[in-house]
Design a protein around this ligand. Structure first.
Ligand code: HEM
Length: 479
């Protein structure tokens, strides 16, 4: 449709009143957008609802049926990404995978990261490195557990560093580990996520973009990324891998650079993508799973019984061979992700043609947000929707067929369709191996004087618990 035609179509979509000049509905999006958008949708558009966020018309999708229309039936028409001024700066003109507009470049690079970096077979080849990271965590925890003062461990921080270290290992594992390097990645990433954060001013008021503080900070951060990544790429290029060394992500990218016609800037954008998409998402899933398990001792006991029963006796740790038979562990992971998807609103999509959804016509060029958090907690779809009940995903239960691959539109922690997360295998095994070991080796208690886990959320680029999870590890008698 022409722009006036598109406006006409948009004016017919369900939409809340209370629109203000200039900012539109932006004032209705509170500090926890997934919650306020759910509440608005209940009243003004349970399937789809149009909001005006500053200058940007945004469709909010809140039901499994509408999500299926957008992510499966008409997937090809909704598979682009809106332009982001900050994203453009940070990822060299959006030449990473996550923000690239739908088209040939995105198709090529998605295929590249999927087949060469994130396929299950590739992920298995990183196994030794992952298990090594687990060993480091266990050593720290053993020291804490031996402390008679019963000092609490910051489990949130432990997960943050573990997730970051596992990605660092995969990206640059071949280089000797330099003191402070992983920490520096962590720091860059924290600034990165803040800048890209949820509802960025320059994205909703493009006219302001060039003047905006955020843009200036993004330029500065981009220079720091460049320094770090150029140095690492140079080191890889000057020392090609020996046959007996595992290839890391940078080796792979350099070896397929010609075949996929990638510039160095493209490679850097893809590398940053791996850190950004792979680190915080995984830590948040772990943090919530552990927090929910602490709130529900029966579930924790069941998980511990399973893990302690399945793990091969006499080994120093649970290994990836042992994970296959741990079905309660996998159910607990799903359940934590149903209640707390790390990306509650996923990454925005953009429509590239007019398209019918649930009886409405959505014009080309509309930004689309899918509220997977709301869909995962909808009482119309889930029994005891707000409760942490891993049993619902066990073999004999009603929701057992829900997998992580986006085939059930009530459950979309990794999205579905063309834009779906390519990192599912990587994330799942990272999650399972550390959680299994944590509950195998230790019993966990709340610190003295604390009676519950604070579940207050905070919204940034993603949604996480606001307070750090402090827990005391205890070595059980049988070990
Ligand atoms: C618990 C962990 C993770 C969760 C919950 C998660 C979730 C998601 C979601 C919801 C999307 C957006 C889907 C859409 O817009 O339709 C996404 C995209 C993406 N994820 Fe993940 N992810 C996780 C881990 C990872 C890891 C470990 C990697 C790589 C190392 C990764 C790489 C990506 C990339 C590259 C995209 C962009 C795909 C595209 O635009 O085509 N993710 N992820």
């Amino acid at each position: 449709a022409s722009s006036s035609g598109a406006e006409k179509l948009r004016s017919k979509l369900p939409s809340p009143p209370f629109k203000l000049p200039v900012i539109g509905h932006l004032h209705l999006v509170g500090s926890l957008p997934h919650v306020s958008l759910r509440d608005l949708a209940r009243k003004h558009g349970p399937d789809v609802m149009l909001l005006r966020l500053g200058a940007v018309p945004t469709l909010v999708v809140s039901s499994p049926r509408a999500a299926k229309a957008v992510l499966r039936t008409h997937d090809h028409l909704f598979a682009s990404r809106p332009h982001s001024a900050v994203g453009d700066i940070l990822s060299n003109g959006s030449t990473n995978v996550a923000l690239a507009p739908y088209g040939d470049y995105w198709r090529r690079t998605k295929k590249l990261v999927t087949t060469h970096l994130l396929a299950a077979r590739k992920v298995r080849s990183n196994r030794a490195a992952r298990e090594q990271e687990v060993r480091l965590v266990l050593a720290r925890l053993r020291a804490a557990a031996a402390d008679t003062a019963r000092t609490a461990v910051d489990v949130s921080e432990l997960f943050i560093y573990f997730a970051n270290d596992v990605v660092c290992q995969a990206v640059l594992g071949r280089l000797p580990r330099e003191a402070g390097r992983n920490q520096m990645f962590r720091e860059l990433l924290e600034i990165h996520c803040k800048l890209l954060g949820g509802f960025n001013l320059p994205d909703y008021f493009p006219i302001l973009a060039r003047l905006d503080m955020v843009t200036a900070k993004a330029v500065k951060l981009k220079r720091r990324w460049d320094d770090v990544l150029d140095d690492l790429i140079d080191k890889h290029a000057s020392k090609m891998a020996n046959d007996d060394e595992e290839e890391d992500f940078i080796d792979v990218l350099l070896s397929v650079q010609q075949e996929y016609s990638l510039t160095r800037d493209n490679i850097k954008a893809i590398l940053v993508d791996m850190f950004e998409a792979g680190t915080d998402t995984t830590y948040i899933a772990l943090d919530y799973a552990m927090a929910e398990l602490m709130r529900k001792p029966q579930a924790m006991a069941k998980l511990q019984a399973e893990v302690r029963g399945c793990a091969t006796k006499g080994k120093e740790m649970v290994t990836e061979d042992d994970l296959g038979s741990m079905s309660y562990l996998k159910a607990a992971m799903r359940e934590a992700m149903r209640l707390h998807p790390s990306g509650p609103l996923m990454i925005p999509h953009l429509s590239v043609a007019d398209c019918g959804v649930e009886g409405h016509t959505i014009p080309s060029g509309t930004r689309v947000i899918i509220n997977v958090w709301a869909i995962g907690r909808d009482a119309a779809s889930w029994k005891d929707a707000e409760e942490f009940v891993p049993e619902r995903f066990m073999e004999e239960a009603m929701d057992a067929t829900c997998d992580l691959q986006g085939n059930d539109f009530r459950f979309l922690p990794f999205g579905s369709g063309r834009r779906m997360c390519p990192g599912i295998s990587f994330a799942a095994v990272t999650f399972e191996i550390i959680l299994a070991n944590l509950v195998y080796h230790f019993n966990w208690e709340l610190p003295e004087g604390s009676s519950s886990v604070d579940m207050t959320e905070e919204f940034g680029f993603d949604v996480h618990r606001k307070e750090r999870l402090l827990l005391v590890p205890r070595v059980p008698h049988h070990l």
